[in-house]
Design a protein around this ligand. Structure first.
Ligand code: SUG
Length: 440
């Protein structure tokens, strides 16, 4: 067994963070559509969360924001001329498309890719498959730039394999690590990978969209060279999707040997738990922690984002720590549940609340904001060092954010051609700090 760490790559929240109301089935996105956003505060909140986790002894990385507005998308839609002319015309005739082209949704890096550590793969390399995010237009534009970022960061072919997105067809709908959980006894040892999907390829569903197909999950597992006896494919419940759980990480989170989930998360709960027990046999003693419906109604779980938390092994703690959003603390049933959780002698021993309210108002909690990449010491040394954070780099990034980001962003501001220049300059300054100028 080699020593390995779970490195959390958080999305650096971009300067065009706004409330576009773009995600059908995401209740927070719909509820806050059109409100004034605070991009500067959003980015500072995200960076403070990273600072807090570094202080707890964890290895922290970042993924840079993608170029916005995405002029390629606007040009594909028939707009032409100078940048200013494109924005002016799009704002008048296709304002919804302009909002999509400006979306800062790449901040939710749990949707950037699915990741399998080298301990699980046949070729002994760490595999990443960029998510195609094909269900929502504003997210479907992310994958080419996300793949470019991942290639820049994980460029050593002997240690890393970066796979491009699956085909852009509903049969292959893939939302990345938001629908993927890895369980193990310790990070560096072989684990069990859980793939949660909402529908079969070709199946039509009614209600809110199911953003992950089983074919997509199976394709990623095959591409990563995972052992079939260590993979479990689990169907997410229709009840959870229709209650607003557009990704599985809104109703469950796992770490090491523990899976923390809501009673309504899975279509066939007992079948899923049995399958996980079978897959983990000989590796670890699986510990399920189910939150009963009677204690936390599904509506509260989704509003408070109890499960969209980071479940972490912190060096100074014996038991796992749940980093939950402040909305969990401010909701009566979830706060009370968390108090009972830490008092019990189960595998989760502490809850820390983090303020990521700007992201939460678009449906993104602490877990959405990070992509977990389990890496050995050698792999950490082999990746691009500029994206690994320390307090000093966080300070530098915050200085850029304070200097270049707007305090307030209203939907109408997207029509201002000068804003496009501001976004480009802000991103270039961030890429300078991360030593990733090649992505400019
Ligand atoms: O894809 N929200 C994101 C939230 C993603 C949360 N990620 C995870 N659960 N892992 C989404 O629905 C809203 C953007 C807007 O409406 O402006 C948005 O895209």
């Amino acid at each position: 067994m080699s020593v390995a760490h779970e490195v959390n790559f958080d999305g650096l929240i971009g300067p065009s963070h706004n409330y576009g109301g773009l995600s059908d089935g995401n209740l927070a996105s719909a509820a806050n559509a059109g409100d004034i956003a605070n991009p500067r505060e959003a980015a500072l909140q995200g960076l403070e969360k990273m600072r807090m986790l570094i202080a707890h002894g964890l290895v922290q990385g970042v993924l840079p924001p993608l170029p916005r507005p995405n002029f390629d998308l606007l040009v594909s839609a028939g707009f032409g001329g100078t940048d200013a002319q494109i924005i002016e015309a799009a704002s008048k005739t296709a304002p919804g498309l302009l909002k999509a082209a400006y979306s800062a949704s790449s901040m939710w890096t749990a949707n950037a890719a699915t990741v399998s550590p080298s301990a699980d793969t046949r070729d002994g390399r760490l595999h990443l498959t960029t998510a195609n995010l094909s269900t929502m237009l504003h997210r479907a534009q992310e994958h080419p730039d996300t793949t470019a970022s991942l290639i820049s960061i994980f460029s050593n072919d002997e240690k890393f394999a970066v796979h491009g997105a699956l085909p852009m067809h509903p049969d292959f709908s893939d939302e990345g690590a938001a629908n993927h959980v890895r369980l193990c006894s310790s990070h560096g040892e072989e684990g069990v990978e859980l793939f949660v999907y909402g529908r079969e390829a070709g199946e039509s569903t009614i209600g809110f969209p199911s953003r992950q197909s089983k074919l997509a999950s199976e394709s990623v597992a095959r591409g990563h060279g995972l052992k079939s006896n260590r993979c479990v494919f689990i169907r997410q419940s229709r009840a959870a999707i229709d209650a607003g759980a557009f990704h599985n990480d809104v109703v469950s989170v796992g770490a090491l040997d523990t899976l923390f989930f809501h009673e309504l998360a899975f279509e066939d709960r007992n079948g899923a738990l049995d399958a996980i027990r079978r897959a983990s046999s000989g590796l670890f003693d699986f510990k399920p922690v189910m939150v009963p419906l009677a204690e936390v109604p599904i509506e509260d779980a989704i509003r408070a984002y109890l499960f969209n938390s980071q479940l972490l092994k912190m060096p100074e703690e014996d038991r796992l720590v749940l980093v939950a959003p402040t909305e969990t603390e401010n909701t009566v049933s979830t706060r009370a549940y968390c108090e009972r959780l830490v008092e019990s002698n189960g595998p989760i021993g502490k809850v820390i609340y983090a303020d990521v309210r700007q992201s939460m108002r678009n449906g993104g909690g602490p877990a959405c904001l990070r992509l977990r990449v389990v890496m050995t010491d050698d792999e950490i040394d082999a990746c691009h060092q500029g994206v690994l954070m320390d307090e000093e780099t966080i300070d530098e990034l915050q200085e850029v954010v304070r200097r270049t980001y707007r305090d307030r962003l209203a939907p109408a501001d997207l029509a201002d051609p000068l804003f496009a220049n501001e976004c480009r300059e802000a991103r270039e300054a961030l890429l300078g700090v991360l030593d990733l100028e090649g992505l400019c």
